[in-house]
Ligand binder design. Sequence first.
Ligand code: SGN
Ligand code: CA
Length: 541
Amino acid sequence: MNYRSLKSFGWLVLLLSVSQQAMAQQPAGRKPNIVFIMTDDHTTQAMSCYGSKLIKTPNLDRIANEGIRFKNCFVTNAVCGPSRATILTGKYNHLNGLTDNTKIFDSTQVIYPQLLKRAGYQTAMIGKWHLGTLPVGFDYYSVLPNQGDYYQPQFIENGKRITEQGYVTDIITDKAISFLQKRDKDKPFLLIYQHKAPHRNWLPAMRHLGMFDHTVFPEPFNLLDKYKDRGRAAKEQMMNIATNMWDAWDLKLMSSKQLDSMARVVATTPFKDDKADEYLQANDASLDKQRFFQVYNRFTPEQKAAWNKVYDRRVAEFKKLHLKGDALVKWKYQQYMRDYMACVVSVDENVGRLLDYLKQIGELDNTIIVYTSDQGFYLGEHGWFDKRFMYEESLRTPLLVRYPPAIKAGSVSNALAMNLDFAPTLLDYAGVKTPADMQGVSLRPVLDKAGKTPANWRKAVYYHYFEFPGWHMVKRHYGIRTNRFKLIHFYNDINEWELYDLKNDPHEMHNQYHNPKYATTLKQLKVQLQQLQTKYKDYAR
Ligand code: SGN
Ligand code: CA
């Protein structure tokens, strides 16, 4: 061997040993475990790792600090079922069929957990599912029927209906831990662990009742937004804290006395099952008291007593204050925050409990932990609750990933990520080829580089919301968001465009669509928008 070939042989040895080192960080021959954590309607404004001043989420922050936090992860359609279907199939809703919450999921479609199972994973799906049809192809599932209940919830567990005692967030975690206890230790696992909390109507755990009663939450500056410089879609929605938040169901303004007398009526005239015609009730406040009574009536006598102690105080305050107009909106916002945040506290605690358990069994660092939500949510911004709009608060979803062998602790990424990418990313880590018809991309190039955006990364995301008419009456729309701009077209019963300059107007208060200064930008965005619609095969509108 001459000197030159000796030298290149040396390089080869060095290269081999470097790549062996990289591989050695994963347990030999074992694929990483995956715990996919998803909450329902948990927005980044309610996570301290995203800079929230409203609440502390130490356990979620732990995932961010020991892993990566995406500042710009977006959903394809900001509503529950559609987001879940996109995550599972890696496809937009016009292709997976679940365009809105009234549809049911075609479970003959391939979903990523099935591909992982085929690759040797043990798979479990626990918690909120909300896809109409039951999970297919899991080793174990225990899911809430439909939206599920906060207290004494029913589950469908491998096809059988059972009722559990206690608070939903705690129970879902107990089930997750029990799956881990019973798992086959020779196989890697995929645990999909999905909370109902903090979904409307925001019922906290008993131990958290009243915990924020002395907290005054800072208001978003646009709580009293009047939608000047915006179009009809923002003006005509029905998700205003001022007018669409129901006194009993949302604000819990029913006294123990009222609840007791209702109990006597109910004993003789049972209510209809409200789940069956949920969509007929959309935006209809006339059933407000009955609906609240139904969830209250799930409490045990001890729970009823604990509840009334806290909420009778709220009812008394409400009666005493006689608030009207803006003062009333501000008061409602405080009550909303108290209940929503208390639900988030239970999620944070339980995620901490699961992380501790993984550590205890020695699997924490072999496990890819993903934390996300099905979309963002309005915490009073624009005067709203709920989601659906392509505006920032609901378009953005939290995304944290912890996996020490590959991800540098404390990384933060600005890269445009999407819920469409979750399936390709997890398949990539498991060494499974992503099917050609999945539309997302693996986030590994970003994860491997401590969050740095690769040069050839996507420059824009595409969005499409369909559920109109329906709950909260947000008009149909689609649009494009780049790092700087957002262009939205509202259609169906309307034909209006909105353009926002996110740099100068991050809260989307001024539609620039008709501003001649943006004419060139607008032209470019329209071209890009059409390119994305072609790329993602979204033709029918
Ligand atoms: C329920 C809620 C709505 C909410 C939808 C969809 N109403 O219908 O406020 O938008 O769920 O939520 S409630 O009176 O039942 O609370 S989603 O998370 O499933 O998309
Ligand atoms: Ca949701």
